[in-house]
Each structure stands twice: as C-alpha cells, then as structure tokens.
Ligand binder design. Structure first.
Ligand code: HEC
Length: 158
C-alpha cells in the first residue's frame, strides 16, 4: 500500500535528522581552529586594533580614528565578529577541553561585548582600551594552547 511506503520513507528521513545523542547539535563546523583564527578572528581583531591609535613622529602627533559613520560601523561590525567568535570557539568540535578553553572563549565573548559598546559609543579611548582587553584574551589562550602564537599580531615569518 502506498501510504505504507511513504510512512517508511518519512521515518527514515526523521531518523536521519534526529540528533544522535543528547547534547549533540546540528552545527556543522566548516573551519578548524587554525582556519577560524586566520579567516575570522584575526582579520576582525586587526580591523578593530587598526581603527584607533596615535602615531608620534617628527611632524608631531597624528591621530588615527574612524572618520565617518560607515567607518564606525565597520569597527562595530568587527567587534561583533570578535564577540561571536567566542561562541564559535566553544563548539564541541573546536573546544580542546571543557574547562580553561570554555572560560577563555567566554572571556572572548565578554571583551567582544565591551568592544561593541565602545564602538557604538564612538568613543576612541574606549575602543583603544577594549582593543587591549581583546588582546589579553588572545594571548592568554595562546599562552595555554598555542605557545607558538603568543602574540597574534606579530608578522609571521614565512
Ligand atoms: C580559546 C582559545 C583562543 C583564543 C581566545 C584565541 N585563539 Fe588564536 N589560536 C588558538 C589556538 C589553539 C591556535 C593554534 C591553532 C592551530 O595551529 O591549530 C591559535 C592560533 C592563532 C593564530 C595563528 C594561526 C596560524 O597558524 O598561522 C592566529 C593569527 C590567532 N590565533 C589569532 C588570534 C587572535 C587575533 C585572537 C584574539 C582576538 C585569538 N587568536 C584568540 C586559540 C585561541
């Protein structure tokens, strides 16, 4: 009977989609941790760090700061990527353990929030300070899990 066959097809589809264990999820990680660093977190952090600064040379002090609403928006967007990256790092396939790794990933979310607030307030000093906080979290995690990457914005020798 036709309805019968459809029942089995539908059941098979449902079974195929069902989570295989409690706590497992439907996420499908695309990047490994290294790729996530290089393609998502590092570019966003660089954009954030580069947004504000002061250069002192023979001509005096020059200020680097977003010059218009679009540039401020780009800083804000980078901060959102930083914050959400903390969540991406906590995904099961990426988390190297359930203790320090999770704590540092959560710290990334928190400093990301601070970075977002600073950008939304269009507060140059606050963006500068939030950038430093972000940097501490990067280096803290690298000090534990990636000793070769202690200072993420160093020029890589290659
Ligand atoms: C929760 C831990 C954690 C946090 C937080 C973290 N990283 Fe990483 N990072 C790693 C690990 C682990 C590696 C080594 C990955 C590998 O090579 O497999 C790494 C590697 C890197 C690399 C080197 C990639 C390569 O092989 O060339 C860069 C660049 C990097 N991280 C940037 C950052 C920046 C920027 C931040 C902060 C905005 C940050 N990371 C925060 C864990 C972290």
């Amino acid at each position: 009977m036709k309805t019968h066959r459809w029942f089995w097809v539908a059941s098979a589809l449902l079974l195929g989609c069902a989570p295989d264990a409690p706590g497992s999820s439907n996420y499908e990680a695309v990047a490994d941790v290294q790729e996530l660093m290089l393609t998502v977190l590092e570019p966003a952090a660089e954009a954030y760090w580069d947004a504000v600064g002061w250069i002192i040379d023979e001509t005096g002090e020059q200020e680097i700061a977003p010059a218009n609403p679009e540039e401020w928006e780009a800083v804000r967007n980078a901060a959102f990527v930083i914050a959400e990256s903390g969540n991406l790092l906590m995904m099961d396939s990426r988390a190297l353990d359930q203790t320090s790794w999770i704590a540092m990933s959560k710290a990334m979310v928190q400093v990301g929030r601070t970075a977002i607030e600073a950008a939304e307030a269009r507060d140059k000093n606050a963006v500068f300070d939030a950038g430093a906080e972000v940097y501490y979290v990067c280096t803290a995690c690298h000090a534990t899990y990636a000793l070769g990457t202690l200072r993420p914005n160093d020029e890589r020798a290659n």
